[in-house]
Design a protein around this ligand. Sequence first.
Ligand code: G4F
Length: 326
Amino acid sequence: MKKPRALITGIAGQDGSYLAELLLREGFEVFGIERRATLEATHNFWRVAHIQSQIEVHAGSVDSFPSIYSILKKVVPDYCFHFAAQSFVSYSFEDEFATMNVNVNGTHYLLSAIAQVCPDCRLYFAGSSEMFGKVDSSPQTEETRFRPRSVYGISKLVGHELVRNYRESNKLFACTGILYNHESPRRGLEFVTRKITSTAAQIKLGLAHELRLGNIDAKRDWGFAGDYVEAIYAMLMQPTPEDFVIGTGEIHSVRNFLEIAFGELGLNYLDYIIIDQKFFRPAEEHLLIADPNKAKSKLGWRPKVAFEDLVRMMIRADYDYYMKKR
Ligand code: G4F
């Protein structure tokens, strides 16, 4: 029997790599799109190096319609998971236009190309809790009003509206996962959780001496990325396309994260932390916390890894990594 084909944009990223593993376990043929620059430097491929022989990665860019169109023509996927984006919120304050360009056009090009080339292909779009922005109620559900407070949030909201429009007007099976922060040892070093665990591990090993952060009283709903790709997969296996909020429903501060991460190594974060105005963001007073009840009841999804275990998993992985590298 022919295996189902899945195409993942941003396959070498955190979510792309966990999802690729899951799809291989489920018997899919897995294809990816990555920018040529990513493919050229082998270190960019570390998250999928262990499954590289089982996946087929095409060089391409989601901000080029011809590039997406020709890859879709070659692969003709049954499922497409769209993760490729400018996903660092801080950067969206520095370069609003690049963020809008890749996040909005990339999604639009993909939707349009799927509608033309393979209209039966099911599409997942990586939305974000940042779409909610300045919320007037917490926790947030699929019905909560969107009031994004960053260009990143706006770009994701436009993508979400494009997905809804193609679902309703073009009858595509397309849905948005409104995901809250999800972390893992594969998280990029620029995000606060991995910045903390990688620096704490280096401090413990004498490779670093301080950690510079912005607002450590900021709170987030943090879960494990490996759990979240299970929800993403389940969304596309539903009989009808629907959007889902995915998060734990619990919030913790950056300070909580620091305490556990440094504590795990027998250190006190207060001895190393330097608060640096450079890492503060404008407009961050809102409380983003998920109400994942729809995902629980319709997808049967629940986060499995608790917050403390996630922090420990990340700090252990970074400690082992820098220990070997030393
Ligand atoms: O780790 P962060 O950069 O993640 P953020 O901005 O919440 O965005 C992540 O989650 C979103 C929701 O899923 C995604 F849409 C998005 O693509 C990305 O994956 O920052 C987390 C918190 C913020 O409140 C920030 O102000 O940590 C605070 N923070 C304090 N000091 C810092 C720092 N964040 C970073 N990156 N670096 C700091 O030095």
